[in-house]
Design a protein. Structure first.
Length: 71
């Protein structure tokens, strides 16, 4: 954290990239907020987070289907 209480460095950009990916999966995002967030993260970081979120989403859907079929 810096002196005004905001996060800086890698952790701040990781949380920002997770937030960006989550909002993009929902399809809800203001253009000005998107531009602000894009300035603070790198493209490989966004791709990595998106891939992890996608894998977790697909695995949770598979688990849900198996659970429903087993009942």
């Amino acid at each position: 954290m810096n002196t005004n209480g905001t996060q800086t460095g890698r952790r701040g950009s990781m949380l920002r990239s997770i937030k960006m990916v989550a909002w993009s999966f929902l399809g809800i995002r203001k253009g000005s907020e998107s531009q602000h967030d894009t300035a603070g993260v790198s493209l490989p970081q966004i791709i990595a987070v998106a891939f992890v979120v996608l894998v977790v989403f697909v695995l949770s859907l598979i688990a849900l289907v198996h659970w429903v079929v087993a009942k």
